[in-house]
Write a protein that binds this ligand. Structure first.
Ligand code: FE2
Length: 642
């Protein structure tokens, strides 16, 4: 007879405790213990509690491999969900075994968890562990199936709109997230409804009136944006440090279909230089929205909506500002496609820039935000990070007509490459290595390197050779599935379908973590700052793009969204820019899945590095008129949640 000491920890979430009967079985190399009920006591299984008890095991079961927990109904009480954090077992000779559960147990039956050491399957892996891993994967594959959202677009989870409540509790929105989501929705929704904005289908009669709505809620930056949105330097700075900082490219040659010529931009560039020289000097940049060409649009408030596919040329001036110098609103040049210039009338130039900002909104939301962070996060980790794309407010994006979103997503998929997703390559491929004041790049690279170093420590701890990477069947199956379901086996994306070395594994994992955390923060957190002043990013446009110059203020107001559409846009950006109450920051892993010392040490080093980066960013921002805080690690979420 041997006595094992057991500690069972219940989660601290307010709904984590249970009234059920809980049973435990220890599984070792040489056999299993008997089934023991964990003694019932009023203080056991309360949220945050750790229950301690001993069990007697009749025979020698050898090295412990698994713990099996079973839940059964207590008397006539309903079976309620229980969140088990961990089970620690000390054997008779004093050796501690840690079993990190960190999961909801929701139905009768058993849940098995292996000891916390990371194990890569090899020829010598114990058959009991092989059996447990196979069973776990089979169950997951049964629960989570892939579904075609639209032809040519990354696959998503096979679930109905309300199906989140049918998922295992581990993957439903947390209670806190539901509460905060609802609170944000209601507080903002009621505020605006009371003011009558949501029921007003009129157009705005002057820009100042829009402030009546935009000042209902303000962030530190949103008020400033409403003051400086017309300024060319601010318009340009948003390509570097706004919510869509990875579209702009260095331009070496003006595209054939862009009718801008030297004399048009002479007054912007000044007498000491010209367009050709500035192209050669690497001071000219291009934002091209070709992806929006001929996307179908719908009607809102009974009015047809419109979309443009502009090109915008920008110049890094001697003051190191990035300023727009020419805008063409269509991909097809011709006499009805004027090139708009800063030297045009105030309203012509403002209307052209507003059209570009509207295109920014569309491309940012659908391609950069929805596809490249939300969809990818779902693909990367269907079983862990749950943000249902089908239920996400982004799906209700405004301007697109039938088939518009799938078509845009399909085009965006074609442009999505491994290069784009890996920040260092992304910066180089767009020629953005040296442009000054590109804080997305500067902060992003610091975080990329910190993640890479963390991943490198962990990977090198578990994998000691490239062969181990190549011959890890579970890892290779994961990578192959992402390539198949997420990138539709598109080899031109250069996304790996298998990994052949430790170095390639480090890069791949860094990309996955960066995409789901920092990249999402960069394109998500500033949405309220950017868009709450509607003219800086209209959600939709209700006049066609101008085909001649001569615009008036009235034309601009007729083009901008109606009052109620503006209010809906404001509610949307308010919700998506607010953290859920259960936010976890990058580098914080409250679920201690790693039980070994070395990985725990790596996590600590990663956290220290992030703290240092955060300190540096906060210091720098104190001195800036337009601070950039979206990539401050202290506000980056660990995953894509909203
Ligand atoms: Fe988001």
């Amino acid at each position: 007879m041997a006595v094992y000491k057991i500690n069972v920890a219940t989660g601290s979430d307010m709904a984590a405790g249970t009234l059920n009967n809980i049973f435990i079985i220890l599984v070792g190399e040489h056999g299993e213990s008997e089934k023991h009920q964990i003694s019932r006591h009023w203080s056991h299984f309360l949220p945050g509690s750790v229950t301690e008890f001993d069990i007697n095991v009749e025979k020698d079961i050898g090295e412990l491999l698994l713990v099996r927990l079973t839940m059964e109904r207590y008397l006539n009480f309903l079976l309620d969900d229980w969140f088990c954090q961990y089970v620690n077992v000390t054997n008779p000779s004093g050796q501690l075994y840690q079993f990190p559960f960190y999961q909801w147990i929701s139905k009768p039956g058993s849940v098995e968890v292996p000891e916390g050491k990371g194990v890569i399957i090899t020829g010598s892996t114990h058959p009991i562990l092989l059996r447990q891993r196979k069973a776990e994967l089979e169950m997951n594959r049964e629960t989570y199936k892939w579904k075609v959202y639209a032809e040519g677009v990354a696959r998503c989870i096979d679930i109905e709109d309300d199906g989140v409540f049918k998922l295992p509790p581990n993957d439903q929105y947390s209670l806190l997230k539901e509460i905060s989501f609802g609170y944000n929705l209601l507080s903002m929704g009621f505020g605006t409804m009371l003011k009558g904005f949501l029921f007003n289908k009129d157009l705005w009669h002057n820009l100042e009136d829009i402030k009546l709505l935009s000042t209902l809620r303000q962030s530190q930056k949103s008020g400033l944006v409403s003051e400086i949105w017309k300024e060319d330097y601010f318009f340009g700075s948003q390509y570097l440090n706004g919510v869509n900082p990875s579209l702009i490219k260095k331009c070496f040659k003006i595209p054939e279909n862009f009718s801008v010529v030297d004399e048009m931009v002479a007054s912007s560039l000044g007498p000491s230089t010209n367009l050709e020289t500035e192209l050669q000097n690497g001071h000219i940049f291009l934002a091209d929205y070709k992806i929006l060409e001929n996307i179908p649009t719908n009607t809102i408030n009974g009015k047809q909506q419109y979309i443009a596919a502009p090109m915008c040329l920008l110049w890094k001036n001697p003051q190191d500002q990035l300023v727009p110098i020419a805008i063409q609103l269509s991909q097809t040049p011709g006499k009805h496609t004027p090139v708009f210039l800063p030297s045009d009338s105030e309203f012509d130039w403002l209307l052209a820039k507003t059209w570009v900002r509207n295109s920014e909104f569309q491309v940012h939301q659908i391609d950069i935000h929805l596809l490249r962070t939300h969809f990818l996060a779902e693909v990367f980790s269907i079983a862990t990070t749950r943000q249902l794309p089908m239920g996400h407010p982004l799906y209700k994006a405004w301007v697109f007509g039938d088939g518009g979103i799938p078509l845009l997503l399909k085009r965006a998929m074609e442009g999505m490459t491994y290069h784009n997703l890996c920040l260092p390559d992304n910066i180089v491929s767009r020629g953005m290595e040296s442009i000054p004041n590109y804080l997305y790049r500067d902060d992003g690279m610091k975080i990329w390197l910190a993640v890479e170093s963390f991943v490198s420590n962990i990977v090198n701890y578990y994998y000691t050779s490239d062969v181990m990477v190549k011959e890890d069947p579970e890892l290779q199956a994961w990578v192959a599935e992402i390539f198949k379901e997420g990138f539709l086996q598109n080899t031109s994306s250069e996304v790996p379908s298998s990994l052949k070395s430790i170095a390639s594994l480090i890069k791949y994992l860094t990309m996955v973590i960066f995409t789901c955390s920092a990249q999402h923060a960069a394109v998500n957190s500033g949405q309220f700052d950017t868009y709450s002043w509607m003219p800086n990013g209209p959600t939709t446009m209700k006049s066609p793009p101008p085909t001649a110059k001569g615009a008036t203020m009235e034309d601009i107001l007729k083009t901008l969204p109606d009052v109620n559409t503006t209010a809906l846009g404001l509610i949307f950006v308010w919700i998506v820019s607010n953290d859920p109450l259960d936010t976890r920051r990058l580098g914080n892993y409250p679920n201690k899945y790693f039980t070994e010392k070395t990985p725990q040490q790596s996590i600590k080093e990663f956290q220290d590095k992030l703290t240092e980066i955060s300190k540096h960013i906060k210091e720098r921002n104190k001195t800036m008129d337009l601070p950039y805080a979206y990539l401050d690690p202290s506000v980056i979420e660990n995953s894509v949640s909203i």
